[in-house]
Design a binder for this molecule. Structure first.
Ligand SMILES: [Fe+2]
Length: 199
């Protein structure tokens, strides 16, 4: 049985630090600590936001700040699924919840060509950061061939509505996209009666 309260607590705390006007770097590092706490346990993500699709990886909106200053998304990777090389254009945090994910970062030359710089693996409980101008180009994949992997991402905007790009890693050719989300639904964070019943 899942309990939504860790996600609700995370969103409340993240909103508070956002409202305290921190410099962007501090917001991102304080936010990373909150995300680390959220992914330190795996009993809160409702099953409908943890469901893989056979066609492609899924991105479920868990919460969008009413002023669209940040969003929280569960990325669900079926076996073998991966993203194309892409950018974000806003800060991001990746917290590994379940399974194992590989992230290959790229740099872009002045002539527009890309070079892979390093591939790292994220294990449950670990958090990574993305910052425009520093490490905004990457390709992410499920590192497991036989099971679903899930990571929780936080971005400095309503990421599903941001116009950004995918790239051909060989030619550098750019294709604009707006990702949207894989579902029209978001979790209900606010039904306090369930916790009272469980207590
Ligand atoms: Fe990404």
């Amino acid at each position: 049985m899942t309990t939504i309260s860790p996600l609700r607590d995370f969103i409340v705390e993240f909103t508070k630090i956002h409202d305290s006007d921190l410099p962007p770097q501090t917001l991102q590092s304080d936010g990373a600590s909150l995300l680390k706490k959220l992914v330190s346990r795996d009993d809160w993500l409702p099953e409908e936001f943890a469901r893989p699709s056979p066609e492609r990886y899924s991105q479920y909106l868990l919460h969008c700040d009413p002023l669209e200053r940040f969003s929280v998304v569960s990325f669900v990777w079926g076996p073998g699924q991966q993203t194309p090389l892409h950018d974000h254009r806003v800060w991001g945090l990746i917290g590994m919840l379940r399974g194992r994910e590989s992230e290959t970062q790229f740099t872009r030359d002045a002539d527009g060509h890309f070079h892979a710089t390093e591939t790292t693996f994220l294990e449950p409980g670990e958090v990574a950061a993305l910052t425009p101008g520093i490490n905004d180009y990457h390709l992410v994949a499920n590192a497991l061939n036989d099971q679903t992997s899930i990571s929780i991402h936080v971005y400095g905007a309503n990421i599903g509505g941001v116009s950004r790009a995918t790239y051909d890693p060989d030619t550098g050719a750019e294709k604009t996209f707006i990702s949207g989300y894989s579902s029209e639904e978001t979790p209900n964070l606010w039904d306090r009666s369930r916790e009272r019943q469980a207590a």
